[in-house]
Each structure stands twice: as structure tokens, then as C-alpha cells.
Design a protein around this ligand. Structure first.
Ligand code: ADP
Ligand code: MG
Ligand code: ZN
Length: 480
């Protein structure tokens, strides 16, 4: 019988905090469009004698991340030096938190398709500084220190995940939770969210974990999942062929879709951690915790549940509407005007999101306010316009300052509900289609509705889509 394998995965996630300045100095963090090495000073360049000082905002943001991931916040923590020599690290050490991180014991609940939940532990979160960037150009290497000492938090998970799907979901939920707190733009593409995956395999049901491999250089959510799957297969194959897994660091090669060895355990560095003598201990007061807690937004999970309960929309729709705080707010404002949650939800999920996607815009940049869209929905609800005309109105409104009601009036878009006017149209269509009338007379009960539909289509066309469909139908039947 073939051996059944089980994989074990733990993730280390780095998140760049979106503060205005760096973590120890006043250098602006807004360097994306600046030339190289223009956002630097003696502190972030590690000049001798320059002293770091913790940016208060960094600690505030980090604490919010701790809240968002359900962590206990340690009232006291400290910084340490992680010593290593690498050109992009100007001080030849990184300031990080080694044995006393500021946050511990958090969790994220992932959900399976059958509705069951599983809790993934967050071991710890610590604050640390980023390195600069090496730029390799042919024979030469250049260094840009603009990113040096940018604030990061590192979120370390327990080895609780058992598949790439679980890891993918955990990573997405961590991202969602952080995004809601507005402490980071959490973009893997832009590098403000980075992830390393630790992977091992063992016999199913075993109590002892296998030797783990750490995979770096993961640049997308999909890449993380693919690298994990590749690594699981590689390790199983290796063991089944009589080999063994070495504790090593590997790099994901996105192009070749394989992991390659970067360094073995023997080559692993001894970081000689020791307490950072230039920074005081981090002390967090109850007052600070209380203030920050009050600033925390409703979580995405809580919002989804509330949307389902309050507005009676389904869970999938609620999830999309809570994709960002702003989209959720737009929906709730829209319902305040329209008083019709279901129709409001449908309009956002179809028309609004399509326009945003086509124009690569966010809801904050959308040209139709929630109040204006609410007015369109009221017009549909009242039967003043058909849903077909409503879509036309919506598209006119995208680039039109006039209110929906004024547009409907001025462009004569209102649904036609005048009996004599509809009657005239029906009579004209009937007069022009004697053959269809004959058809109708000889048609059996099964075919009759189809003939009527054809006639109805012609009346609707004659009215440019504005006639009240039910009235057209009634008048047609009466006159046939
Ligand atoms: P290091 O500091 O060397 O990176 P840690 O003990 O902090 O080591 O662990 C790093 C990550 O590796 C954590 O996310 C942890 O969950 C994960 N991990 C630990 N042991 C295993 C294992 N046997 N298989 C898979 N992941 C593991
Ligand atoms: Mg590690
Ligand atoms: Zn600086």
C-alpha cells in the first residue's frame, strides 16, 4: 500500500507599514518617484554615532496589526541587532525584535467549502527595519538606500497549515485584515507584502514534523501556492527515492516554476543576536492601547456577517461588498437612499464594479455618488423607468452632472404608461402585420404566446423601449 503523506506549512509575512517617515529617522517614505539615495540621512545610512529613535506611528500601526490578527500585545518589548554583512544593509546589522516581540498568540480562522472553520495560529509579530536595494547592471552593482530603515512588521504563523489552499487562504485573510486597518497598502505586486513559506512533509498521522525547507522570493499569492505544491511533491519524491530532506533555504523560480537551493543549513548565518543598545525598551501604556482599539474599524468578517443579517443578501455578495471599507460604505449609503438592499447590491455587483474594472478605478473615484445611484434605483422601483432604460440612464450619468430625474425628464426616458398612447402604437403595429394576426388566429395554445411576443417586441421597439411592458401585453391581447 502506498504511503500517505501530509504536508506542514508555516508562513512568515513581511508587511511594510505606510507611515510618512522611516522607522528611526525623519526621512520621507514617499520615495517611489525619487532618484536613488535621495531619501537618506546619517541615521538610515548607519553613520557612526548617529542614533535611532522609534517612530511613534510605527508602533501605533504595528499595534493595530496585532489587534487585527487577534494578538496579545506585550506591554514591554525590546529591539535586538541581527548581525550580517550584506551590501544593502548599511549598518551591517538589522534592528529587529528577537526574543521579546511586541505581539504574540494571534490567530486567523480559515474556512472550508463545507463551512467548517480551522484556526491558524499567529505565533508572533515583531517590528523591524527593511534593507536597501541592490541593482545589478551587467558587471556593476549599484545600491539604493531609499528603502533602508523603512518600517516592517513580520508576522510568523504556527506550522498549522496542511495544504497550499490553506496557506493561500490564510495569506489572503491576513492581507484583508491588515488592509482594513489602513496601516499598509498590502500589495505583493508592489512589494509592501512579502511572504516566505516553510514547508515539510511527514507520514499522514505522524506526530513528528519532517525537516523544513524555507522558500523565499515569492512574488504573488498564486506563486506562493504553486511554490508550496512544487516543494511538497519534490520532498515526497526525494524521500520515496531513498533520499532525505536537508534543512535549507530555497528560492522560487517563477519562470521555471521550480524551487532551487540558495543555502544549506551549514551555510546558514550565525546572526549573533544581542540587545540593541541604542534604543530604549518599548513600553506600551493601557491608555495607548485603549485609544488605538477605539480607532480600529469593524473587521471584514464582522461586516460580512452584518451585511447578511441586516440586508438579507447572500454571503458571497456580502463578501464582495466588503472587499474594501469604501465599497461597503458606498453600499450602505446607497441603501439609505434606495431603501432596496437587494437591487442596490445587484447594481453594485454588476454595473458599478464592471465600470470600475474597465476603467481601472476604485469606488472612491467613481463618478456617480451613492445618492445619485439611489435615485436611479428608486425610479426603477417606482416603475418610472424600465430596467433596460435604467442601464442607459446609468451610462449617461457616468459623464453627466444632471441628476437622474432631470436626465429622465429632459431625455424623455420615462416609461410610457399612458393607455391611449400605447393603444395607438399597438394598433399601428397590428395594422402593419396582418400576417401575424392571421398566424395568431390559427396558432394552437402552445404557439400563441410566441406570436404575441413577436408583436410585443415590435411595440416595444416603436416606443424605444419606454412603453410599460405589462400594459402593452394587456392591450395587445385585448385587441387580437
Ligand atoms: P526561523 O526563525 O529560523 O525562521 P522559526 O522557528 O521562527 O524559525 O520558524 C519559522 C516558520 O517555520 C514558522 O512560521 C513556523 O511555523 C514554521 N515551521 C517550523 N517548523 C516547521 C516544519 N517542521 N514544517 C513546516 N514549517 C515549520
Ligand atoms: Mg525564518
Ligand atoms: Zn534617514
Amino acid at each position: 500500500m502506498a504511503i500517505e503523506w501530509e504536508s506542514v506549512i508555516g508562513l512568515e509575512i513581511h508587511c511594510q507599514l505606510d507611515t510618512k517617515t522611516k522607522v528611526w529617522c525623519g526621512c520621507s517614505s514617499d520615495y517611489d518617484n525619487s532618484s536613488e539615495n535621495t531619501h537618506t540621512c546619517p541615521i538610515c545610512l548607519g553613520h557612526p554615532g548617529a542614533l535611532p529613535k522609534l517612530n511613534k506611528k510605527v508602533l501605533d500601526y504595528a499595534i493595530k496589526a496585532g489587534f487585527a490578527l487577534g494578538c496579545d500585545i506585550n506591554k514591554e518589548s525590546k529591539f535586538d541587532r541581527k548581525n550580517y554583512f550584506y551590501p544593502d544593509t548599511p549598518k551591517n546589522y538589522q534592528i529587529t525584535q528577537f526574543d521579546h516581540p511586541y505581539a504574540e498568540n494571534g490567530h486567523i480562522d480559515i474556512k472550508f467549502s463545507n463551512g467548517c472553520e480551522k484556526r491558524i495560529g499567529v505565533t508572533r509579530i515583531h517590528i523591524e527595519e527593511d534593507a536597501g536595494k541592490s541593482i545589478h547592471a551587467g558587471e556593476e552593482t549599484f545600491i539604493n538606500f531609499n528603502r533602508a530603515s523603512m518600517p516592517l512588521i513580520e508576522i510568523v504563523s504556527e506550522p498549522d497549515m496542511r495544504s497550499s489552499e490553506e496557506a493561500y487562504q490564510y495569506l489572503n485573510l491576513v492581507k484583508d485584515a491588515l488592509k482594513y486597518t489602513k496601516i499598509s497598502d498590502v500589495s505583493m505586486e508592489l512589494g509592501s507584502l512579502r511572504c516566505d513559506a516553510n514547508i515539510s512533509v511527514m507520514h499522514k498521522g505522524s506526530k513528528k514534523f519532517g525537516t523544513r525547507v524555507e522558500v523565499k522570493n515569492l512574488n504573488s499569492f498564486k506563486g506562493v501556492a504553486r511554490a508550496i505544491d512544487y516543494e511538497i511533491s519534490r520532498q515526497i519524491e526525494e524521500i520515496e527515492n531513498g533520499g532525505k530532506i536537508n534543512q535549507e533555504t530555497r528560492l522560487w523560480d517563477e519562470e521555471a516554476q521550480v524551487t532551487r537551493i540558495m543555502r544549506s543549513k551549514e551555510e546558514a548565518m550565525d546572526y549573533r543576536f544581542f540587545p540593541e543598545p541604542d534604543l530604549v525598551r518599548v513600553v506600551i501604556t493601557d491608555e495607548q492601547l485603549k485609544t488605538l482599539k477605539n480607532e480600529m474599524p469593524e473587521s471584514k468578517i464582522a461586516k460580512m456577517k452584518r451585511f447578511v443579517d441586516t440586508y438579507k443578501i447572500n454571503e458571497k455578495d456580502a463578501e464582495i461588498l466588503s472587499n474594501s471599507i469604501e465599497l461597503g460604505d458606498y453600499f450602505e449609503e446607497l441603501v439609505k437612499t434606495s431603501n432596496n438592499p437587494k437591487l442596490s447590491c445587484n447594481w453594485i455587483l454588476t454595473e458599478v464594479l464592471r465600470v470600475l474594472k474597465d476603467n481601472n478605478k476604485t469606488i472612491e473615484e467613481f463618478s456617480i455618488s451613492s445618492k445619485e445611484l439611489g435615485e436611479i434605483i428608486i425610479l426603477i422601483d417606482k416603475g418610472a423607468i424600465s430596467s433596460k432604460i435604467a442601464k442607459e440612464l446609468f451610462h449617461i450619468k457616468l459623464n453627466d452632472k444632471r441628476s437622474p430625474i432631470v436626465i429622465v425628464e429632459e431625455e424623455k426616458m420615462a416609461q410610457l404608461a399612458d393607455t391611449s398612447e400605447i393603444e395607438n402604437m399597438v394598433m399601428e403595429v397590428l395594422a402593419n402585420n396582418p400576417k401575424l394576426i392571421e398566424d395568431y388566429k390559427i396558432a394552437d395554445e402552445g404557439r400563441k404566446p410566441r406570436v404575441i411576443k413577436g408583436l410585443m417586441g415590435q411595440v416595444m421597439k416603436a416606443s424605444k423601449g419606454k412603453a410599460n411592458p405589462k400594459m402593452v401585453m394587456d392591450i395587445l391581447i385585448k385587441n387580437l
